[in-house]
Design a protein around this ligand. Structure first.
Ligand code: HEM
Length: 446
């Protein structure tokens, strides 16, 4: 195991990480497969090799969710499915998994299609589109309707995604500079964070009280949460609140960022865009995409996979060792913080030749990537519960929109990855061009 050079007294590698988190993460593998780094007073171990990442992800009881990051996450977001320790995880996951079962996807896909139509109906030729805002709007509506059977017309919903943005920014600051007094000062940033925190909690409470008033009479997530489990035991109000909040936070941001990056990559690669338009013209012949089109939308699917490789929305995640552990032959003490970064793995030149190039065709003929090499959804027992759901949402959105619209980059605008925990496309606006209609009978362009 090597120690990353260049640690500053007291601060360690925090300034380098804060200045450019993605470059910092991508550079780690040049120092070894397991790299010791200093984050302020804390030592953390960055796992950089796919075999070791796989080992880390499958051993969820040894490499558990805990340590400073999860303590902070629980402080703000409670103890939901994504943050709870392994000891509670199996029970929670068993209860919630049916909501994401393959059999439920036709219903979810129907809602997705309705929301894609609702989003794009007001669009007009020549319009400048704030792509991340539009995609956040879509993923908020889809999450709220599919999981909670609620509408987005309630007060507070339209500004939900900007509150998520303020929350994740503030959260990262609190992690980087863990000095509570600093974050209690009445600065504009701290006030913004507090407003966003209260707003998200209020919306969560409103979703729950609406559903309690209507009764738990179907099989969406909210009904599962407020109804009794197989043993007749119901969750407490706090437990329900934590789960709803966890799904809002996990669902809205990641999917919206992935879709936004996909539009940016398509727009800046005219060859891929032309082929995407050809695919949707052939498969859809002018109609919106449906769940049953997924297999035929091959290139659309590969674009989603390649986008998640280049810009995995969750750039890193952490674990803590619940006991003395061994990883790749290296001993780690109990309580050690362990980091893995999908971004770092996905940019390894030995795994992906010319790794910075957007090339959806690199996925042609690859059925299942080797373990630990493509991990935008994590892996093992804590793998994203909504991986198929997200894949369907992204593919249907790309295909349906591309059938009617071309999203073009605005000359002179620079788009760059921002955010820390989430890889956000900063500065992404695009110009909308209406595509000629495809004739429904012959499939030709009119
Ligand atoms: C492109 C979209 C998405 C990406 C890239 C993504 C990524 C991830 C990743 C990397 C993890 C595991 C983190 C870790 O190892 O610590 C995760 C977990 C999770 N995600 Fe997603 N996610 C996406 C969409 C969603 C959506 C739409 C939802 C909900 C509607 C969701 C809900 C969750 C939950 C609840 C967990 C925790 C699972 C568990 O611990 O059992 N995600 N996601």
């Amino acid at each position: 195991m090597t120690t990353l050079p260049g640690a500053l007294p007291l601060l360690g590698h925090v300034p380098r990480f804060a200045r450019n988190p993605l470059d910092f993460l991508a550079s780690l593998s040049t120092h070894g497969d397991l790299v010791r780094i200093k984050l302020g007073p804390h030592t953390a171990y960055a796992v950089c090799h796919p075999t070791l990442v796989h080992e880390l992800l499958v051993a969820d009881r040894t490499f558990d969710k805990g340590g400073p990051v999860y303590d902070k996450l629980r402080e703000f977001g409670g103890n939901g499915l994504g943050t709870c320790p392994a000891a509670e995880h199996r029970r929670q996951r068993r209860m919630i998994q049916p909501v994401f079962h393959r059999d439920r996807m036709p219903d979810h896909a129907q809602v997705m299609c309705q929301e894609i139509a609702a989003l794009t109906t007001p669009w007009h030729h020549g319009q400048t589109l704030d792509v991340p805002a539009e995609m956040h709007h879509l993923t908020t509506a889809v999450t709220v309707r599919c999981l909670f059977d609620a509408g987005t017309d309630r007060a507070g919903f339209p500004t939900l995604s900007s509150s998520f943005g303020a929350l994740t920014t503030g959260f990262t600051r609190r992690l980087m500079w863990p000095v509570p007094a600093v974050h209690r000062l009445p600065t504009p940033a701290n006030r913004r964070f507090e407003r966003a925190r209260l707003h998200v909690h209020r919306v969560t409470d409103a979703l729950i009280s609406d559903r309690r008033a209507a009764g738990a009479d179907d099989d969406n997530l909210m009904s599962v949460l407020i109804g009794p489990d197989a043993d007749g035991v119901s969750l407490s109000d706090t437990e329900v609140h934590d789960q709803v909040l966890a799904f809002l936070l996990a669902g809205v941001e990641s999917a919206a960022n992935a879709l936004s990056w996909a539009w940016h990559l398509i727009g800046t690669h005219p060859d891929v865009q032309t082929r995407l338009h050809a695919e949707v013209d052939t498969v859809l012949a002018g109609r919106p995409a449906r769940l049953t089109d997924m297999e035929s939308l091959e290139l659309s699917g590969r674009i989603v996979t390649e986008t998640l490789r280049l810009y995995p929305p969750d750039s890193l995640s952490t674990r803590t060792t619940s006991t003395d552990a061994v990883l790749g032959g290296h001993p780690l003490p109990a309580g050690a913080s362990v980091i893995y970064s999908p971004y770092q793995l996905h940019r390894r030149a030995d795994l992906y030749p010319d790794p910075d190039r957007f090339d959806p065709d690199r996925w042609q003929d690859i059925d299942r990537p080797p373990p630990g090499t493509w991990v935008p959804f994590g892996g093992g027992p804590r793998k994203c519960i909504a991986d198929s759901f997200s894949n369907i949402l992204a593919t249907l959105t790309l295909a349906t929109v591309a059938a009617r619209w071309q999203l073009c980059p605005i000359p002179g605008r620079t788009v760059r990855p921002g955010g820390h925990a989430f890889v956000v496309p900063k500065g992404l606006s695009m110009r909308l061009h209406r595509r000629p209609r495809v004739c429904l009978t012959s499939g030709s362009v009119a």
